[in-house]
Ligand binder design. Structure first.
Ligand code: UN1
Length: 496
């Protein structure tokens, strides 16, 4: 069978890059499997995509929002109809278990339905004027062209978190998906293509970051850049946007903690920790990376965890019984293995895992064992740095106050969780752990699309994705004053 070649989508057409070059997308569970060739685009391709988006914006912003919502509603139906196919493609290009890629596509569907409904809301306010015979209101206005640089860990969900609110607000879009997972965004665009979204409203350009990302950020016509990825790259995006006063919406790293109190239901906390730490091979911004236990239960709980983690079935995510897929690529695997070495050198105790999986089919993919370190101290790199892989670090505490101090002892602030039966401690933790997302008796992963998603400190830049919070990212307030008095009235001066 010949290898499929996928194109860019610019101004309503599937087109090749002007470079005439492509790059390979291979299955991380079996690198012999070539999924397809994708366009290795150039800044010139990006410029054409922005040209199209800028032109389409002129009429899309005037297209009634409820009608934009109808298109999104149809898109959600289309995604639903193709859910299984898109999920299988996603597992092939990204590696996570099929049950999880179904969840990823479902998250895109949920977001699309949700934003479709917003087409009939997009509420502003009316408020009294301080002057007689004058009417005041606020309306949301779109920004213009939006650039999206999206990650590989949620290949369809995260692009949809950005695209759907942007579209419903009346913006146009250029998206550059991660090089490891372009097929899922191609699938999203294929679904869009059938619905009659006007040409130029959505545009897709594939290829490695660097010059492409620069072109997406620096073009004067781009009003906002939304990026999900590492804090290191996010910092560069932020500075480049700041130089031109563009908006940026950044979702970056995490070092999420699960707190296990002495009164916790340990069986429940165990299921939460396993799912939080090893779901998606630990490659979620929300993954449980640190687990802190009351000292009276830490030994028992660590043993329970190590025992269960060692039994997790690792393999090709398309097999139903597989619970954990591979790392997404060689460099991610290398990072994980290097942190395992760092952990050992720092003196943490390796409780389970710690090795690359080899032999048979494992040799063709980027598989690593679910890994747990005990005795992790706050000074260690294992505690402080985001690993983005299936490595869990366990520490212990004496008092609740110490647990909160430890939970907050990180540069990041995305998600956190507490397992306890003590309602007072649960409420205190809800208030005092400084994150954008917090769970009680549930793992650190699993955010729903109608609540704001994002984090504090180095995780974000104050914005939130999803929910109505996303509308605040993709629209700007306009305050409108209508004076029907027929005379000049001067605010703050003659309002008698
Ligand atoms: C991410 O890891 O970047 O809350 C997104 C969750 C998912 C989204 C994670 N719904 O774990």
């Amino acid at each position: 069978m010949s290898t499929p070649v996928f194109k860019n989508y610019i101004n309503g057409q599937w087109v090749e890059s002007e470079s005439g070059q492509t790059f390979e997308n291979r299955n991380p569970a079996n690198t012999d499997e070539l999924i397809g060739l994708f366009q290795k685009s150039t800044p010139g391709d990006v410029k054409r995509a922005i040209d199209a988006a800028a032109e389409a914006y002129k009429s899309w912003r005037l297209y009634p929002a409820p009608k934009r919502g109808e298109l999104l509603y149809k898109l959600a139906e289309e995604l639903l109809a193709h859910k299984e196919e898109y999920s299988r493609d996603m597992t092939r290009e990204m590696g996570k278990a099929i049950s999880e890629t179904r969840g990823d596509v479902q998250e895109a569907i949920d977001m699309t339905y949700y934003m479709a409904g917003e087409g009939r809301r997009l509420y502003g306010m009316t408020t009294p004027s301080e002057l007689p015979n004058k009417f005041n209101m606020t309306v949301r206005q779109p920004l213009g062209v939006c650039s999206f640089i999206t990650p590989w860990n949620f290949p369809m969900a995260i692009p949809s978190w950005k695209m759907m609110p942007a579209l419903i607000c009346g913006n146009t879009v250029v998206i550059k998906p991660a090089t490891d997972t372009p097929l899922s965004v191609v699938n999203l665009f294929k679904a869009c293509e059938k619905l009659g979204i006007p040409k130029g409203v959505i545009n897709l350009v594939t290829g490695p970051g660097g010059p492409l990302s620069d072109a997406l950020i620096t073009d004067d016509r781009v009003r906002i850049v939304s990026f999900t990825g590492s804090t290191e790259i996010g910092r560069k995006v932020s500075s480049a946007c700041a130089a031109k006063f563009k908006h940026s919406c950044l979702e970056m790293g995490g070092k999420n903690v699960q707190i296990v109190m002495e009164d916790a239901d340990l069986d429940l906390a165990l299921e939460g920790a396993l799912w939080g730490a090893f779901g998606t091979t630990g490659q979620r911004c929300t993954a449980t990376s640190r687990l802190i236990c009351h000292k009276s239960v830490v030994d028992k709980f660590s043993k329970m965890l190590a025992d269960r983690a060692s039994k997790i079935k690792v393999g090709n995510g398309l097999e139903d019984s597989v619970q954990m897929g591979p790392c997404v690529n060689q460099s991610q695997l290398d990072t994980v293995l290097s942190y395992i070495e760092i952990g050992k050198k720092e003196g943490a105790e390796l409780l389970t895992g710690g090795k690359r999986l080899t032999g048979g089919a494992y040799d063709k993919g980027f598989f690593v064992q679910p890994t747990i370190f005990g005795g992790v101290k706050q000074s260690m790199r294992l505690w402080r740095e985001e690993i983005f892989g299936p490595v869990l670090s366990i520490g212990s505490f004496d008092t609740f106050e110490q647990a909160v101090e430890m939970a907050n002892d990180t540069n990041y602030g995305l998600s956190g969780s507490i397992y306890t039966r003590d309602i007072n401690k649960a409420y205190a933790a809800m208030r005092d752990v400084y994150t954008g997302i917090f769970y009680v008796n549930a793992p650190t992963i699993g955010a729903e699309t109608h609540l704001p998603f994002g984090g504090t400190k180095d995780t974000g830049n104050g914005h939130r994705e999803a929910a109505t919070a996303a509308l605040d990212v993709y629209s700007e307030w306009k305050s409108i004053y209508v004076d029907f008095s027929g005379r000049i009235q001067r605010a703050q001066i003659d309002n008698q």
